[in-house]
Design a protein around this ligand. Structure first.
Ligand code: ADP
Ligand code: MG
Length: 498
């Protein structure tokens, strides 16, 4: 199949050609004609299968006729995160280069004024995260009655992040006659329900994912003899040193781990930077850009931060522990070995990780080669023989911050998180970080309009109620935690001792 057979406007075909694509991906080949014919579409295909162009191209085609009116966008694309929204905007600009269409991107971290001006001028396409869209709507600056096509993209991630009620509310504000497209990598029951509720006789297009990992990827596992973080970090360094790494991603299971591992790698002379939902938007964008441009060698990431991001093929993937959800393993190592190129993956498994690793092996249905050499052995020996770190003055302070929780409570909670974080963690991870990821609880359909402003320009929010792994919970104080208790306190650098 070639693009010319899909019935797209010649100007779009021209733009597709200039971007170097010759053949539509399977989801594109099936979705594009269905969307052009006016049908609702439910598209299910794995991350990286080209779902964006599957809706952007037919949308551009349909927009080639007609004009936008002030404050009344003609189409609306909902994305769960700012990065993804920005990525779709790039796609729109690329494929729409030969058409005169206006686009507005409504995401946090950008002033309302600029976005208002764009909307006022009339836009053909509005790309938004649910939170920011509702803020604009609540300010009365936006009319959604002219929207002819709605795209709910990355629907399973919307669910993970608690956006379903927002989407329901947004759908209620759109004309009933619109066309509705929904794209998702997986189809949990909640998404099926959403599709039933808001789509009319949709054409369901499902591209089955490859059950196994690509053959171009050589997978390795290194068994760390100890659960100690110092030892695991030493193993990681030794593995990286044993490879010829051009660029690579180090996946960690938790935000705090991402920070510590990145810091530790830097301290040992590696070129690494962290990315997760708690970091300021500007930093995340800059880090990703540097990684894409080849200016940064190692990206240390959480699964949630990396999922759905269009990061070019990398040579190496390192898993600092197997992921709690074995599907994520396939996604992680799928970041390498794309398009027939060779890639390598290394997973560090400590005794505590063995159960998770067993389920990964079961999931991929193949054995993974053990990786061990003298350098790793030496690093392990070195790290293991180092004396336990004695508590320092500041550690005392840190313990006080976690008041109300005994050591055992903390430990058992951490273990619960380790064992089954795959449902909960994405929520914490993303919600804690940025504005369009505000927990749903506070945003029921009936809640009062409440602008969250440009809160993400500030430092990452620290909620007094947050009970994460950084000891910030204030137990027993209800909603009313005195301000002095919530003050930021210097935290000692935990990676210093290795
Ligand atoms: P998804 O939304 O399914 O995760 P994306 O739309 O982000 O996937 O696309 C993943 C990658 O595939 C992008 O780098 C995109 O440029 C590329 N791509 C999309 N369509 C094609 C195509 N027809 N041929 C080659 N590459 C494509
Ligand atoms: Mg996508």
């Amino acid at each position: 199949m070639i693009f010319d057979e899909l019935g797209l406007d010649p100007r779009i075909l021209e733009a597709v050609k200039s971007s170097g694509y010759t053949e539509p991906t399977p989801i594109q080949a099936q979705a594009i004609p269905a969307v052009i014919s006016g049908r609702d579409v439910t598209g299910i295909a794995q991350t990286g299968t080209g779902k964006t162009a599957a809706f952007v191209l037919p949308m551009l085609h349909k927009l080639s006729q007609g004009r936008a009116k002030a404050r009344m966008p003609r189409t609306l694309i909902l994305e769960p995160t700012r990065e993804l929204a920005a990525q779709v905007a790039e796609n729109f600009e690329k494929y729409g280069a030969n058409q005169k269409l206006n686009m507005a991107l409504l995401i946090g971290g950008v002033s309302f004024g600029d976005q208002d001006r764009k909307i006022n001028a009339g836009v053909d396409v509005l790309i938004a995260t649910p939170g920011r869209l509702m803020d604009h709507f609540d300010r009365g600056k936006l009319l959604l009655t002219g929207v002819q096509m709605l795209v709910i993209d990355e629907a399973d991630r919307m669910l993970d992040m608690g956006f379903i009620p927002d989407i329901e509310r947004i759908c209620g504000m759109l004309p009933k006659t619109r066309q509705t497209l929904l794209f998702s990598a997986t189809m949990p029951p909640e998404i099926t329900k959403l599709a039933k509720q808001f789509q009319k006789d949709p054409e369901r297009i499902e591209v089955t994912r490859p059950a196994q990992t690509a053959e171009t990827i050589t997978q390795h596992v290194t068994k760390s003899p100890s659960d100690k973080d110092e030892v695991k970090r030493a193993v990681l360094r030794a593995i990286i040193n044993s490879c010829d790494v051009k660029n690579g991603i180090v996946f960690c299971n938790r935000k705090r781990e991402v920070d510590i591992v990145a810091k530790s790698l830097n301290k040992h002379g590696f070129d690494a930077a962290p990315i997760h939902g708690d970091l300021p938007q500007s930093y995340r964008t800059q880090t990703l850009d540097r990684f894409r441009n080849g200016e940064l060698t190692l990206l240390v990431a959480s699964d949630v931060a990396a999922r759905g991001l269009d990061i070019p093929d990398v040579g190496h993937v390192f898993c600092y522990g197997p992921p709690p959800n074995s599907d994520d393993y396939v996604h992680r190592i799928g970041r390498t070995g794309r398009a027939g190129r060779k890639g390598e993956s290394f997973t560090i498994v400590s005794p505590r990780d063995q159960k998770l690793w067993d389920s990964v092996i079961k999931r991929i249905g193949q054995d993974v080669e053990n990786f061990w050499n003298d350098d790793i052995a030496a690093e392990v020996e070195n790290a293991s023989s180092r004396p336990e770190r004695r508590p320092r003055k500041n550690d005392d302070l840190k313990q006080k911050r976690g008041r109300g929780r005994t050591r055992d409570e903390s430990r058992s909670r951490e273990e619960t998180q380790r064992d089954e974080p795959h449902k909960e963690e994405p929520r914490q991870e993303e919600q804690a970080g940025s504005e369009e990821q505000t927990p749903q609880k506070s945003r029921s359909a009936k809640s009062q309009p409440r602008s969250r402003g440009d809160s993400d320009n500030r430092k990452p929010r620290r909620s007094s109620k947050r009970d994460d792994d950084q000891g910030m919970a204030f137990v027993g104080m209800g909603e009313h935690v005195p301000a002095f208790l919530q003050r930021e306190v210097e935290i000692p650098d935990l990676s210093k001792d290795d």
